[in-house]
Ligand binder design. Structure first.
Ligand SMILES: [Zn+2]
Ligand SMILES: [Zn+2]
Length: 256
């Protein structure tokens, strides 16, 4: 199958020892592109170097994760993200709201997310959104942004059907990770709720390795396990889903 990993932290130090082998295994498994997430400006700069080293295969994003929102400085960080967009970043993020960990207070989380949504509106770039146990605020903020023309993806989605629908209603995509392969996963209705033209898959590596690799460092070459799980839930061929994710990721991120 051919697929696009729409969300991988390939610049993470977890890959410092063998990053080129990880990239080669991804290609061998059928990956035609990797969207390397810059969850901070430092990570975005490292991800940009990967995009430079692997043109047409690695792409990068730039944003400030909700975990780090307490340190978000609107002027400095929006300028920093804009620099990355000017040098080819394909999306803003990951950004969003995480009320599960609450690593940053919620008000700064909302402020940082709002500023990044506003940058997306002004630049026309899509947003990669992280949301966990923040359903009401996420729904309100992405609905407003979507109505203002912002496009995006709810990444590593495990939320409610209502939140998925709120994203779909404003034209957004929903991305599933290896979590859907875990034995405790029980919401196959959610896997069927997303129309095929809004479906993305991701590793979120180095986190969240799919079964049967659970507990190990994750990598993009294992994304087919997630695709296969989606195929079972949806009653279609895995190769067909994989192909759709390529078309969809190219469309959302404007990949070549
Ligand atoms: Zn995330
Ligand atoms: Zn992530």
């Amino acid at each position: 199958m051919t697929f696009i990993d729409s969300h991988v932290h390939l610049a993470d130090p977890a890959f410092d020892e063998d990053r080129s082998e990880v990239i080669e295994r991804a290609r061998a498994a059928g990956a035609v592109a990797l969207v390397c997430i810059g969850e901070s400006l430092a990570a975005a700069r490292r991800a940009a170097a990967l995009a430079d080293a692997h043109p047409g295969f690695c792409y990068h994003t730039a944003g400030v994760h909700p975990h780090d929102a307490a340190e978000f400085d609107g002027e400095r960080d929006i300028a920093g993200i804009t620099v990355e967009l000017d040098r080819g970043a394909v999306a803003i993020g990951e950004c969003g709201l995480d009320y599960h960990y609450d690593h940053s207070p919620r008000e700064p989380q909302r402020a940082a997310f709002s500023a990044q949504l506003d940058l997306a509106r002004r630049t026309g770039k899509p947003v990669v959104v992280h949301t966990r146990e923040a359903e009401d605020d996420t729904r309100a903020m992405i609905t407003d942004a979507g109505r203002a023309g912002v496009r995006g993806v709810l990444h590593c989605f495990t939320g409610s059907h209502a939140l998925a629908r709120a994203g779909l209603d404003v034209g957004w995509y929903v991305s599933f990770s290896g979590i859907v392969t875990f034995r405790k996963w029980s919401d196959d209705d959610l896997l069927r709720l997303v129309p095929e033209d809004r479906l993305l898959v991701e590793s979120d590596a180095p986190y969240l390795a799919p079964v049967p690799h659970r507990g190990r460092r994750n990598e993009p070459s294992w994304v087919p396990r997630t695709v296969e799980r989606l195929a079972i839930a949806r009653g279609v061929e895995a190769t067909a889903i994989a192909h759709r994710t390529v078309v969809n990721a190219r469309c959302l991120f404007g990949l070549a």
